[in-house]
Ligand binder design. Structure first.
Ligand SMILES: [Zn+2]
Length: 494
């Protein structure tokens, strides 16, 4: 029996699913590592753009920065991003880069810094979030906020998501400034709050209240990519996030007649709800192939070892007419999520009392729509599938259309060129995230936004994202800092 995916892509995307909107009601950790750490490490002097021999020292500087950054506990809630913002401002300031800190709420902050170009091209934004998700120290082998460097890794919450990527962006800013690299476009460093709670006063607030500072931007780089190491010191593929599914979270309410549990009512709303949810759980939403997914599958077919799966991935449209291919491919959770609108039933509530039939029963649905899908049309289908007028659906909040950034841009070409300079014939492909990041705020403004992960990660390393023992290897960090700088200097340098 063929086994699709072999985990190469699946597990990475599985993790990306969780890079946003974690809900962690537990309080932040207290303790010594909660104290702000404001010292900054040794700087590497540069008189011109870095040459081969500079990169080791720059990698060490990045590791020292990341270690200190991790020690600033920004577990959200409450985030306390103001401490991180002040530290980032101090690091930038030391190299003569002025940063502005916005404080939309007590303890919350967004930081904005800019290297000016000559206006020959439109600005590029480097976006990162300062907050991290909860870490439970009892499951870690190190203090999650120690930032300890040992066994060839920098350890701690945020090492990957996304203080590590932020440090690659930060180092890019510092190197461009130190080396006085002439720029044709502004390079903006934007560090935000509240990504991990999927709401609040972070990127969304900034786009709404400080849009002028982002005016005319052409490109944005953010989390949401996946660079998979081949386990032999090279890269298996570079996945660049060009689009994300759009969340369309729904509350379901069934109404009926309340009463005493000892005398069953024919229109018990709990029964109604269970019947409706049964239909929803059984509903096989249509399979749809979007251009990004078709391209990803085609590209990834070239490194697929199983000949049958390779044939399916190479022409997914045709494969989906074959029931064996459909069964096999959709049994892979990531493939399934990439090929259709999905529904997860995640919440359920009836009566608080066992002997009381409640007047209403409710459920929550986590719906994720593919790019190009209309929420209203999806809802019409859902209502038809349920077929009960006593069961109603209400969106939990505002939703947005899933938008897509082009792979035919100077940015995408630069990423491809830099990847191939590092590794001949490197596979660079587009990715669609089943989850979402803050990129949607910017894609909606027409900014071509990409998920770029500069660190080649093994599947084991990737598990640290929102998990235990999150860490990034010094090798990956060195690779990533240089990779990021090369991409940005290629796109923004004169
Ligand atoms: Zn993140």
């Amino acid at each position: 029996m063929v086994q699709p995916g072999r985990g190469w892509w699946r597990s990475g995307l599985f993790l990306l699913l969780f890079t946003s909107c974690a809900r962690n009601p537990a309080p932040p950790l207290a303790g010594p590592s909660h104290a702000p750490v404001l010292e900054t490490p040794e700087r590497v002097a540069l008189i011109a753009a870095p040459v081969e021999s500079d990169w080791n020292a720059l990698g060490d500087e990045a590791a020292a920065l990341l270690s200190r950054y991790i020690r600033i506990n920004t577990t959200n809630p409450p985030g306390n991003e103001i401490v991180a913002a002040r530290w980032l401002a101090a690091v930038l300031q030391r190299d003569g880069i002025e940063a502005r800190i916005f404080e939309p709420a007590p303890g919350k902050a967004n930081l904005y810094a800019r290297l000016a170009g000559d206006g020959g091209a439109r600005p590029l934004i480097l976006l990162n979030h300062m907050d991290v998700v909860l870490a439970s120290p009892e499951y870690w082998t190190v203090d999650p906020f120690s930032g300890v460097i040992k066994d060839g890794y920098v350890w701690g919450r945020g090492a990957l998501d996304m203080k590590g990527e932020a440090v690659a962006q930060l180092m890019t800013m510092l190197i461009l400034k130190r080396a006085r690299v002439p720029l044709k476009r502004d390079v903006i460093f934007l560090a935000t709050a509240d990504e991990e709670i999927g709401a609040g006063v972070g990127a969304g607030w900034f786009v709404e209240h400080q849009r002028d500072l982002l005016r005319d931007a052409e490109f944005l780089l953010n989390e949401g990519g996946l660079t998979r190491s081949d386990g032999r010191g090279g890269v298996q593929f570079f996945g660049v996030g060009t689009t994300e599914k759009s969340p369309y979270w729904l509350d379901v309410t069934a109404r009926g007649t309340a009463g005493h549990g000892s005398r069953p009512t024919p229109d018990n709303p709990v029964n109604r709800l269970v019947r409706a949810l049964h239909k929803i759980a059984d509903w096989q939403t249509p399979l749809l192939v979007t251009p990004t997914v078709a391209r990803s599958f085609r590209d990834l077919a070239t490194i697929e070892r199983d000949t049958t799966v390779r044939r399916w991935l190479a022409d997914i449209q045709t494969a989906l007419r074959d029931s064996l291919a459909v069964r096999t491919l959709t049994s892979d959770l990531t493939y399934n999520a990439l090929l259709r609108n999905t529904i997860s039933i995640t919440g359920l509530k009836g009566s608080d009392k066992t002997n009381v039939i409640p007047p209403i029963a409710t459920a929550a649905l986590d719906v994720r729509l593919l790019p190009g899908q209309e929420p209203a049309a999806f809802l019409t289908d859902l209502v038809r599938v349920v077929g009960d007028t006593a069961v109603t659906f209400k969106p939990q909040g505002p939703n947005w259309p899933a938008t897509e950034s082009s792979a035919e841009t100077d940015m995408f070409r630069a990423i491809t060129a830099v990847a191939r300079a590092r590794q001949a014939n490197a596979l660079v492909t587009t990715l669609m995230l089943p989850g979402f990041t803050d990129s949607h705020y910017f894609r909606r403004l027409g900014i071509q936004s990409y998920g770029l992960s500069p660190f080649p990660l093994s599947e084991t390393d990737s598990r640290g994202v929102h998990g235990n023992d999150e860490r990034v290897s010094l090798d990956a960090l060195r690779f990533g800092v240089r990779f990021y700088y090369d991409v940005v200097s290629r796109v923004a340098g004169k």
